[in-house]
Design a protein around this ligand. Structure first.
Ligand code: UD1
Length: 338
């Protein structure tokens, strides 16, 4: 069975390709290489023993997308990762974000709409909940006004998909990720941020390896047990497996609605200081860090209710925060020492 994975050379995409291949799916990767390297293909092949098809394509190009679906008529499902994801950059360049994150989605849905039946998985984010009033966050928590164009593209994407599924043969699953971290245990694929990392764990590993002087902890006066922000950090391999579970559900027609939404997290909140401590333990290093002011736009806490994903999707995170941090560290050491 052939599955199209857009953005399949990126961080979450590449780990998902591995899990799809492990389950026997044939994968076609589309990536424009704007934020990924072609060498990731070798990493995937080394892990699974199978080289996926690869098409270099900018999904904003209508003709290219049409050709893709005419070259691959037997695509049974699409997992759509391809998108820009830097929150700060999206504030500076809103048009770029709306174009990059919405136009490809529309181009793909137009092609799927021509098919008798199709299955679509969308990369959404817990960012749609903003600062939720109640923890853990369930899928029925209200969607709040987005704080950035990036966050807004996720909300708009969800709305477009929901509207389209009502009048087409497309079935969809919206996966709202909490904070994906870590790398494949082989250290053959992982996260490769461009420039200075904005996210916590890549900044930690780059500091520990000596690329950055120290970590700035953004705020220690939040209303949390130790004053630092709390997030739900999920191992990228667990997250990748959630995509396979969602796809299986659609292919077996087990879905109870044309569009279903699941939170994908561990259900456990960890503070920034807890992440630092856990990292120091698994890496056997001392991490230099200092407390600084809050970062604008940060919420106090977010962690998932995973009941729906556990009971309906039949998926559960299996790896711990320590597993994830150890794998991120192994990857960082491998990247810098090779
Ligand atoms: C961010 C995005 C979110 C996106 C997610 C992808 C913002 C406001 N939100 O979430 O939309 O879906 O990444 O993974 O950017 N921290 C530090 N020092 C650092 C970096 C981070 O203390 O150098 C803290 C942050 O204040 C936060 C936590 O670490 O409390 C996690 O930050 P980060 O990894 O950037 O993720 P989010 O902000 O949760």
């Amino acid at each position: 069975m052939k599955i199209l994975v857009t953005g399949g050379l990126g961080f979450i995409g590449s780990h998902t390709v591995v899990e799809l291949q492990n389950k026997g799916y044939d994968v076609v990767i589309v990536d424009d290489l704007s934020n990924a390297s072609i060498e990731v293909l070798d990493g995937i092949e080394s892990i699974t023993g199978k080289l996926p098809d690869f098409v270099k394509l900018d999904l904003r190009e209508v003709a290219g997308v049409q050709k893709l679906f005419s070259d691959y008529k037997d695509i049974e499902g699409v997992i759509h990762f391809a998108a820009s994801k830097a929150v700060g950059e999206s504030v500076e360049k809103p048009l770029m974000y709306y174009e990059n994150n919405i136009v490809p989605l529309i181009n793909i849905l137009k092609e799927l709409d021509k098919k008798e039946k199709s299955n679509f998985i969308f990369s959404s984010s817990c960012t749609v909940y903003g600062q939720a009033a109640v923890m853990p966050i369930t899928e029925v928590a209200p969607i709040q006004v987005a704080l950035s164009p990036y966050g807004n593209t996720k909300q708009i994407g969800e709305e477009i998909i929901t509207d389209v599924t009502k009048v087409s043969n497309i079935s969809a699953v919206l996966l709202r990720y909490f904070n994906p971290i870590g790398a494949h245990e082989s250290a053959l694929i992982g996260e490769l941020p461009l420039g200075v990392p904005q996210n916590l764990v890549p900044f930690i590993t780059q500091t520990a390896i000596g690329l950055r002087k120290e970590l700035s902890v953004f705020g220690d006066d939040y209303d949390t047990p130790d004053g630092t922000c709390v997030r739900d950090y999920i191992h990228v391999v667990d997250l990748a497996k959630a995509h396979v579970a969602a796809l299986d559900r659609l292919i077996k027609e087990e879905n109870s609605d044309k569009v279903e939404t699941f939170n994908i997290g561990t259900g456990k909140g960890s503070s920034v200081l807890e992440v630092i401590k856990a990292f120091e333990k698994v890496s056997n290093t001392k991490l230099p860090y200092k407390m600084v002011d809050r970062r604008e736009g940060d919420i106090t806490e977010a962690y998932a209710s995973t009941t729906k994903a556990n009971e309906v999707l039949g998926w559960k995170a299996e790896l711990s925060l320590e597993d994830a941090l150890a794998s991120a560290w192994k990857w960082e050491e491998k990247v810098r020492n090779s």
